[in-house]
Design a protein around this ligand. Structure first.
Ligand code: ADP
Length: 373
């Protein structure tokens, strides 16, 4: 019976018994020290002296006190048992809750009962259960999304191969090229998923080194320039005259920037404009990618960084993409302890994506390098 309520009850019983025993022991000692002779109540009434009456009164008072204490002990014990059971009842519910969560009953919630402390513990437990439930829903959604996204290119490849075997399509270079494109889509999707899984598990390997963001943005602009010219989109940048040095993984940050610029390119029609602005404020760098493209409706803004999120398909018709680019960019930026935000005044009002990155001071870089060596 190693139960908390039993232990507390035993302690209460012990204390009560000790208090009850005190007058009994005291009385025994008194009687031992009493003057020799018969007890006063056995002496005939007319022979009793005032001292005998005093002794008799004292004795009666002790007997009454002992009885009162005995009754108090019984009531105290009952009250103690009830009180401790009431006190530990929320703990039992917590125990049941923990068992339910262990059995994957993630919707189990503990009632908020008992003392303030117990309520706080129960409320924290419920918060934990809610968080686990959300994560489980996200995990299932991710699995469903991944399956759905993988199924599409596989079905296309299977269909085309079947058509070639049935001689519906001829086996020529053009058909093989189509199949190759589908396998490339599949590879891109699997690669993106792998990167995202690593980033979300906080296992994305970051090779941080001294990086000049001014140079990186300038180089990226050069890479995107021919694409912009082909599409008839103006590509401009506003860069500081000084290098913006930070301790970052240049490959990953370039990848995030490519994702943002790639989207800006995709969602900005001919005649539009894309501008990349790099600024430094204290120990932070800010990269803004502004476009005058199709914009994002306000209700969709909070979801653009969700995995597989693609806005209204009718707007995205014929625009290739996995819906993972922004999720990956966000994961990369967060792995650098930075922030990424999306803003848009609405449909056809253009969009602005902003990356904020902390730049560790150069003294810190030197220190880290020394530790590494
Ligand atoms: P995708 O591969 O579909 O581009 P992303 O994760 O990069 O996936 O983007 C998610 C969605 O966010 C896109 O499908 C698009 O609806 C919206 N989006 C992203 N960038 C822009 C932009 N610059 N302008 C308008 N919509 C955008």
């Amino acid at each position: 019976m190693n139960r908390l309520w039993v232990w507390i009850s035993v302690v209460i019983l012990g204390v009560v018994l000790l208090v009850s025993l005190f007058p009994v022991v005291y009385r025994l000692v008194e009687e031992r020290n009493a003057p020799p002779g018969p007890p006063p109540d056995s002496i005939p009434f007319e022979e009793r002296t005032p001292e005998h009456f005093r002794q008799m009164g004292e004795r009666r008072a002790w007997i009454n006190l002992s009885r009162t204490l005995a009754v108090a002990a019984i009531f105290g014990l009952i009250a103690g048992v009830l009180l401790t059971r009431w006190l530990v009842a929320p703990l039992r519910q917590l125990e049941q809750g923990a068992k339910a969560i262990a059995k994957h009953q993630l919707d189990f919630r503990v009632p908020l009962k008992g003392s303030t402390e117990m309520r706080l513990v129960a409320s924290s437990f419920n918060q934990m259960a809610t968080e686990l439930e959300i994560q489980e829903i996200l995990r299932r959604k991710m699995l469903a999304d991944v399956t759905h996204e993988l199924r599409h290119p596989i079905h296309v490849i299977q269909g085309n191969l079947r058509a070639i075997l049935d001689e519906v399509y001829p086996l020529n270079m053009q058909e093989i090229d189509k199949l190759l494109e589908q396998t490339s889509n599949l590879t891109a999707l699997v690669d993106d998923l792998h990167e995202l899984a690593l980033a979300e598990a906080k296992e994305l390997p970051l090779n941080k080194q001294g990086t000049d963001l001014t140079l990186m943005v300038a180089n990226t602009m050069e890479i995107f320039q021919p694409l912009a010219s082909n599409k008839g989109v103006t590509l401009a940048s506003e860069l500081p005259s000084q290098p913006v040095d930070g301790r970052l993984d240049p490959t990953r940050i370039r990848q995030a920037l490519h994702n943002l610029l790639g989207n800006a390119m995709q969602y900005t029609p001919e005649g539009g404009e894309i501008k990349v602005v790099l600024t430094r404020s204290g120990e932070w760098a800010e990269i803004e990618v502004r476009d005058t493209g199709i914009g994002i409706p306000p209700e969709n803004l909070p979801r653009v960084f969700d995995r597989f999120y693609r806005a209204d398909p009718s707007r995205n018709r014929n625009i290739p993409g996995t819906g993972l680019g922004l999720a990956i960019a966000q994961a990369i930026v967060q792995a650098h302890s930075g922030e990424i935000q999306a803003a848009s005044a609405g449909v056809n009002q253009g969009s602005t994506f902003t990356i904020r990155l902390p730049l560790q001071s150069s003294s810190q870089n030197v220190l880290e390098d020394q530790v590494r060596k």
